[in-house]
Design a protein around this ligand. Structure first.
Ligand SMILES: [Zn+2]
Length: 343
């Protein structure tokens, strides 16, 4: 993009109350069949209009057509039995009943490609589309088939690559892989996590991104954050390897978090989507709060590589709060953009 500091969101945004219960994760659909299909398209129109009205430069589908950022993708694959459930620990944090991998995993048909084609027709501007990352996918399943985290992640990486190539063909400009698991399984990241991510982006010509965060503002995550101490140095473990990887952009959490911003220096050269909006609170940032975070980040990111963003998805927030935060993001970015252009 030629515009300095183009704004975007990490991915999910609140859904309208008529399609799913608001302020809730995993909220079930209120519609079904043809009404649901039409409702999803209307939700895509709405989220686009809200992002455009708030001045967001790189828009997203707001994950309006998915119930959950990982599970909805896996539901479309073969080899996973959703009836057969086991309890596992998600990201070493909380127990959850998860589906079982019972055979070879494969993608018989596209997952989000139709949604992407529909969304592409609604705007000429750049679109970012998020997919779950391979490591985060395996962390939400019980594997009774491959019995190897690495092997299963590799199979998912191949599947994600098929989906990503079709999203690219549908006109998506940036494809992002969500890897919150990168902040937890450091040895796996070193051993095979980055390799799996690079397999997922193999051969793509559009821009590629990875989003690594400390999660939605739900209780399990906020409780976990309390155990991390005063300095969150998790990025230090993964950034050197990411810096050396083929990924174009890194989306990370900065605002109100305990991440020492100098860690961003470790990915110098990459485009950095700097989280300047806290998603774990309903307090709406002022434009000056946002500007302040961006100015601090500018010490470690070249201005032409800084992309103001949210810390994570905003799906559990009230719609008016999310709208306010998007407006603050745009206004804060505008302040710093003006300062940069005045020099
Ligand atoms: Zn996130």
């Amino acid at each position: 993009m030629t515009k300095l500091l183009p704004t975007s969101t990490a991915g999910s945004l609140p859904k309208p109350a008529w399609i799913a219960e608001p302020e809730k994760l995993w909220s079930p659909w209120k519609l079904e069949g043809a009404a649901l299909a039409e409702g999803k398209q209307d939700a895509l129109r709405l989220t686009l209009a809200e992002q455009q009205r708030a001045g967001i430069d790189i828009v997203s589908d707001g994950e309006q057509t998915r119930q959950h950022f990982v599970t909805t993708f896996i539901e479309h694959l073969e080899g996973v039995d959703f009836e057969k459930r086991e309890t596992v620990q998600i990201r070493k944090r909380y127990d959850a009943s998860v589906p079982t991998v019972v055979g070879a995993v494969s993608r018989e048909r596209p997952v989000f490609v139709e949604d992407a084609r529909f969304f592409r027709k609604l705007t000429d501007g750049p679109i970012k589309w998020a997919l779950p990352g391979p490591m985060t996918m395996i962390d939400t399943l019980y594997d009774a088939h491959y019995k190897s985290r690495e092997k299963l992640a590799w199979e998912f990486a191949k599947i994600l690559n098929q989906e990503a190539k079709e999203l690219e063909a549908a006109g998506i400009d940036i494809i992002q892989f969500d890897e919150p698991a990168f902040n937890v399984f450091f040895e796996d990241v070193q051993d095979w996590g980055i390799a799996a991510l690079e397999r997922a982006i193999d051969g793509l010509k559009c821009e590629t991104a990875v989003h690594i965060c400390y999660g939605y503002g739900i209780k399990a995550n906020t409780d976990w954050k309390k155990t991390l101490g005063s300095e969150w140095r998790q990025y230090e473990e993964t950034f050197p390897k990411l810096q050396a990887s083929n990924i174009d952009m890194v989306s990370l959490e900065c605002h109100n978090s305990h991440v020492p911003l100098e860690l961003i220096e470790l990915i110098r050269g990459k485009k950095v989507m700097v989280g300047a909006i806290d998603v774990a609170t309903s307090t709406i940032e002022t434009p000056e709060d946002v500007a302040d975070t961006l100015r601090k980040a500018l010490r470690y990111v070249d201005a032409d590589k800084l992309y103001p963003c949210t810390n994570c998805g905003m799906t559990p927030l009230a719609r008016n709060v999310a709208r306010g935060k998007l407006e603050a993001l745009s206004a804060g970015a505008a302040i710093v953009r003006q300062e940069l252009e005045a020099v």
